[in-house]
Structures are given as C-alpha cells and as structure tokens.
Ligand binder design. Structure first.
Ligand code: NAP
Length: 363
C-alpha cells in the first residue's frame, strides 16, 4: 500500500508542530497539506511560524516551504489528502462544525479537540485501552451518509497516565478514584518564554479540566451498545479530580488513590502492569511503545524531566505504589502530554485505524 497523504489542520499550533515532527518521516503517512486559521492562511509555513516555533527540535526544511491553506477551504485541502489530523483552538461549536464538514466531504478526521468527545457515535480512543470502540464508526458513517468520512477523537491529555495505568486493574473492580494532576504548561500551548506567570508558581485552576478528568475515563471504559450504534459510558468508578498547572515544560504527572471491590496484592498489581500487552503492541504499530506501562521501583521515580520521554514519549511511567489508609492503594503515573497525550496519541490512533481498514488511500 502507498503511504497515506495527510493534512494537518491547525498545523501552526503547538500540537500541529508536534504532528509535523512525528509525520516528517513516518512509515505509513506523508504530509501533503498544512492548514490553519485566517492569521496564517496564504503564507508559507516558514512565515506563519516565524517566532512561534515552540519545540526544541527543528522543523524540517521542506515543510517550511509548504503553503498554509485556509482550513475552511475543505475542497482545497481535500484534493490533496486521504485524511486529516485536526488540532485547532476554536470555540467548540465551530470545531464540531469544521470536523463534521471534513467528514461529510469523505475526508476522515483524527482529532485532538474536545468538541466531538461526547458525540455518541464518535469513538474516543486510546488504542491500548478501548480499540473495540472503533467499530462504532460504521454507525457514524451511516448517520453522516458517508462511505469513507468519519471522525475519531482522542481523550484529554490529563487522563492518559492514570487511565492507562488503571486499565489492567479493572479486573479487580475499581470502585473509587481520587486523582490530582500536575500539568505541564505546554498543555495550554505555552512555553516559559510566553508565560512568565508560570515561573516559580502553581496555578490551581485549568478551565474545564477537572470535569474532563472525571468524565472522560468513563466513556473510554464504556461499551459499544448491542446494536453497535453508540458508546455507552461506564457507570463506575466514581472519580474525583483536582487539576493543577505546575512549572514544568512537558509531562503531566498524576497522583492517584484507588479503591477496589476485590483488593489485589501489590505483587498482583505490579504483575498486571508488567504483563499488560495490548493490541497496538501485538500489532507492532510504528508509534506503539515496546512496553505500554513501565513501573519504577526507585522511590523518587518517575520524574517529569527524566521520564516523560520514555519510549519516545509514548510510554506511561508509574511508581510509588503503596497501601493507603483511606483508599486501598496510591501511586503516581506520568505521561507526556503533547506526545502520548496529543499528537503522538493521535498518530498511534491513525496507525491503528489503518490496521483495521478504516483509513485507506483515496482510489
Ligand atoms: P495552539 O498552539 O493555540 O494552536 C491552535 C491552532 O489552531 C493554530 O494552528 C491556529 O492557526 C489554528 N486556528 C486558529 N483559528 C483557526 C480557524 N478559524 N480555523 C482553523 N484553524 C484555526 O493550540 P494547541 O495547544 O496546539 O491545541 C490545539 C488543540 O489540541 C486544542 O483543541 C487543544 O485543546 C488540543 N490539545 C492540546 C494539547 C496540548 O498538550 N497542547 C493536548 C491535547 C489536546 P493560526 O496560525 O491561524 O492561528
């Protein structure tokens, strides 16, 4: 099969820049179109990101010479691509409309945005956790009246670490979770040079984040209904979340407390993490980390700066598992927010959707 031609909608933003570095030399995909909003459309990518390139690695030279198209010009983008990745900072209703416009024009959308995360027939995928949810795409295509077009989304970056770590423990019946997230500034599309307030500071509020952190795991852990029409969210566990912005460039840490119906031993928990081999690893997808979950025995690990890059930023690092006086256990979990939590997670999702025949080249 030839490489699939991809468009990046929101190519000039922080997540868009990550997409470019991840896709510049990808075995399944090639960058065929870049698109953004009115500020950047009509310029070269070089002009559009001048003074706004936020990553420590460089942008490939051939990408700098590409034109930035207007994301609203679906026909112009659609002529060049087999599907698009989307990461834009628009109001939800506009993002939803934009994504649906692409899908209805038979251009599949793999999205980082939150706008369609609760659309009942849109799968919200972490390929290691709920790959079977992709089956709902058939119902979505029937609703949209499309043959190829659909939308698939990834969940919020805040939940990646603890949902990943808790998934292999669901067999013990998770009743309650209390979690505090310590979230990096890149999660807001920012760096220290453009967010002075974050030096030597913690901001105990991230708009909308606690609600996402409490609700999205339930949809990810939900099930396809018997007719295959929608994803029905799970009713438990109860989740209580606090989300803090901390002075870290990349990497969201979560401090997790968990109560089970049938309390496992510490050894059983560690074995469940060690032995967990989900589908992307079995399929050996290019962006799948060799081990999804890595447990650190050292008492001061994982640390954001040392461990966020594990398996190219796609692994989940876990540590400090111990019994708790109120819940059963507590531990910490770390995930890279713009790699596993954003662009990398979306690229892995797209690789998985290729493996299942949902993303194909236009004839
Ligand atoms: P960002 O750095 O602010 O970039 C936003 C992008 O949206 C830019 O490319 C911008 O293009 C484009 N845009 C603005 N108006 C537009 C329009 N009318 N039509 C099309 N594109 C338009 O934001 P970000 O951090 O990359 O986040 C993008 C999305 O990903 C958000 O929904 C965010 O919630 C989500 N996300 C982010 C993270 C993270 O860690 N940063 C993690 C998970 C999910 P211009 O150059 O024209 O302004």
């Amino acid at each position: 099969m030839r490489k699939l031609k991809v468009g990046i909608i929101g190519a000039t933003g922080m997540v868009g820049q990550r997409f470019i570095t991840l896709l510049a030399n990808h075995p399944y995909f090639e960058i065929a179109a870049l698109a953004a909003g009115p500020r950047s459309a009509g310029r070269s990518y070089r002009e559009a990101v001048a003074g706004r390139w936020k990553l420590s690695c460089e942008c490939p030279g051939w990408v700098l010479d590409m034109p930035v198209l207007d994301a609203a010009d679906v026909a112009a983008v659609g002529r060049l691509v087999d599907f698009v990745f989307c990461a834009v900072n628009l109001p939800k209703s506009e993002t939803r409309a934009l994504e649906e416009l692409y899908a209805r024009q038979e251009i599949p959308v793999v999205s980082n945005n939150s706008a369609n995360r609760w659309t009942p027939d849109v799968p919200m995928l972490i390929p290691e956790v709920n790959p079977e949810h992709a089956e709902v795409i058939a119902a979505q295509r029937a609703r949209l009246g499309t043959k190829r077009g659909f939308i698939a989304v990834k969940p919020n970056c805040s939940i990646q670490g603890y949902v990943g770590a808790l998934t292999p423990l669901r067999k013990y019946g998770i009743e309650k979770i209390a979690v505090t997230t310590y979230q990096a500034i890149s999660g807001a599309g920012r760096t220290f040079s453009d967010w002075e307030e974050m030096t030597d500071n913690i901001i105990p509020y991230i708009s909308g984040e606690e609600e996402k952190s409490e609700r999205e795991p339930l949809r990810v852990w939900g099930e396809l209904d018997s007719e295959g029409r929608e994803i029905v969210p799970s009713e438990e566990p109860v989740i209580s979340a606090q989300c803090l912005r901390v002075p870290v460039s990349d990497g969201h840490m979560a401090a997790v407390f968990v109560k089970f119906r049938e309390k496992p031993t510490e050894e059983e928990i560690k074995a469940a993490w060690r032995d967990f081999t989900p589908l992307p690893q079995k399929l050996q997808l290019p962006s799948a980390p060799e081990h999804f979950i890595t447990y650190f025995e050292q008492p001061d690990r994982p640390q954001t700066r040392l461990d966020r890059g594990i398996y190219s930023g796609m692994g989940i690092s876990v540590g400090r598992l111990r019994e708790d006086k109120i819940f059963d256990y507590r531990f910490v979990a770390l995930a890279h927010n713009t790699l596993r939590g954003a662009a990398g997670g979306a690229v892995l999702m797209a690789e998985f959707l290729v493996s299942r025949g949902y993303l194909t080249p236009v004839d």
